[in-house]
Design a protein around this ligand. Structure first.
Ligand code: NAD
Length: 312
């Protein structure tokens, strides 16, 4: 039984996390929504800090955490944690990269269906009490080429689902294993530009790095087929928003679906304009927000903490 290990949970997580930790003997304090000032005051009392994206774990907070041994992020991105400072102080940083794979891939498929079929317009029209049946002609996914940029966990899960719709899959990634291509019936694109010029729909699933920031810009957008679609559920900065707005207004792209933005929430006039276009579907970064993903992330974090600190 683990004793005297104190855990602070700073953001709301599924109850599976605190209840598993308590059952294993950890002393858990759930202080959801704790302010940065309060966190600074109390962090010295804790061995383990559990956060989601709301809590910014800065250098100052980490340095005040004299007892800290682990920072656990329920979620994927570690951009809200100063990992370098933590690691230089011997504090382990963990996350749950698998938890959102199904949730984000299902959202991507749902955005793609909605975008091509125009269901969002039809739903709006019905809610207004109208019956505009003849206005709503959409397109099918069947037989279309889906270009997947970034063939990691989520990119592969999207490919698996898109195959069920009879789509042809084209892939661009820095590292693509032949086994995964064969298993998922996908083909390797000759280059990013080659993928963009051969796809009816392009979906982005790369990690955000200095190379992928603004990977989709005026130059790369010019390779996309006239009348094609772009979906971004990866990170907002992968797309140059102003250039995407131009591509949509000029008619090069038929539409776009976005879950992520350069500013969250979007605040610049060009971001607001982009979202307000009739051929753009926008969701407020909800990719990972399924109950199932939250439960699996909470369990994964609790089990990782228990395994890391269980007595030998
Ligand atoms: P992953 O690490 O499994 O896959 C990312 C892939 O991108 C890797 O295969 C990598 O080789 C590839 N890549 C990196 N740089 C590249 C480049 N320059 N050119 C081509 N390919 C490149 O990550 P994942 O779990 O599949 O997540 C994919 C994206 O989804 C990430 O950006 C992540 O932040 C985002 N995400 C969004 C949500 C959401 O709520 N919308 C939730 C979870 C993850």
């Amino acid at each position: 039984m683990v004793i005297f290990m104190k855990v602070l949970i700073a953001d709301e997580v599924d109850q599976e996390c605190p209840s598993r930790l308590r059952a294993a003997g950890f002393d858990v304090n759930e202080w959801y929504g704790i302010s940065p000032d309060d966190l600074k005051k109390v962090i010295a009392d804790y061995d383990i800090l559990v956060v989601r994206s709301r809590t910014k774990v800065t250098k100052e907070i980490i340095e005040l955490g004299k007892r800290l041994k682990m920072i656990a992020r329920v979620g994927v991105g570690l951009d809200t944690i100063d990992v370098k400072t933590a690691e230089s102080m011997g504090i382990k940083v963990i996350n749950t990269p698998q938890m959102s794979t199904v949730a984000v891939s299902e959202l991507t498929i749902s955005l793609m269906l909605n975008l091509l079929r125009g269901t969002y317009h039809a739903i709006d029209s019905m809610k207004k009490g109208l019956w505009e049946k003849k206005h709503f002609y959409g397109n099918e996914l069947y037989g279309k080429t889906l270009g997947i940029v970034g063939f990691g966990r989520i990119g592969k899960a999207v490919a698996e689902r898109a195959r069920a719709f009879g789509m042809k899959i084209l892939v661009h990634d820095l590292f693509v294993e032949n086994g995964a291509l064969i298993r998922l019936g996908a083909a390797r694109a000759p280059s990013l530009e080659g993928l963009l010029s051969e796809s009816d729909i392009v979906t982005l699933h790369v990690t955000l790095t200095s190379e992928t920031k603004h990977l989709i810009n005026a130059r790369t957008l010019s390779f996309m087929r006239k009348g094609s679609y772009l979906i971004n559920t990866s990170r907002g900065e992968v797309v140059n928003t102003k250039d995407l707005l131009d591509a949509l207004k000029s008619g090069r792209l038929a539409g776009a679906a976005l879950d992520v933005y350069e500013n969250e929430p979007p605040k610049e006039p060009w971001e607001r304009e982009l979202i307000s276009l009739p051929n753009v579907i926008a969701t407020p970064h909800i990719g990972a927000q399924t109950r199932e993903a939250q439960v699996s992330g909470a369990i994964a974090v609790a089990e990782n903490i228990i395994n890391a600190f269980k007595p030998l």
